[in-house]
Write a new protein. Sequence first.
Length: 261
Amino acid sequence: MTDAIRRDQRADAHVRLEAWSVWFATTQALHGVSLDLARGAVTALIGPSGCGKSTLLRSINRLDDGQAGLRVEGRILLDELDVRDSTVDPASLRRRVGMVFQRSNPFRRSILENVVYGPRLHGLASGDALEAVAERALRRAALWEEVKDRLAEPATRLSGGQQQRLCIARALANDPDVLLLDEPASALDPGATQRIEELLYDLRGDVTIVIVTHNLQQAARVSDHTAFLLDGRLVEVDATRRLFTSPRDPRTEAYITGRFG
């Protein structure tokens, strides 16, 4: 990464990992990762299976809390908030830092109830205002026109791609600062994948997005910055186009050209 890009990212880093290490019992999953995630940008995390991508992602909103043998070192800052500080309520943190998983996981409730669950739980809206929150979130997730006449139907009646966008809408309904996505399109067909990618493109600028993906073409299409991890270590991070066309580390070049992984 050039010095100019490094200065720009640090000046507007929304999430900052500082020498972040994670152990599960005696197994170290991440080794001193320092990484700035730019505000309003899409950052892709790439690397072979088991390299620590999902562990890094889950660390940001503390979804790894309670895992047996968990031990961490370093800091993760959301703006100036240390997310691991003992005063931070994990539930409140997860409102600010939403998460979408590899497989869609809609609640066994109506489409509307899926979207308003979080705002109601966190006291962000109530009564008739919840419907307005739901419409805005569904519009942001590019789903409103498809479901506006079906809001009372069970969410499980939606197609797989629609269910995944519903899960994104559910996260967006909490008006998060950061959205984490762990392989959000890996179980979808090409058409549904394209819609998810278009959605991520439209959300940039409004939300800071971090996406884990094994699909290098997807990373190249949707992200502004890409970070390559290997064996729990950050090898290289740069503007996506530069990393894919002129990687500085030979291990990055070997991975993106398919020589391993």
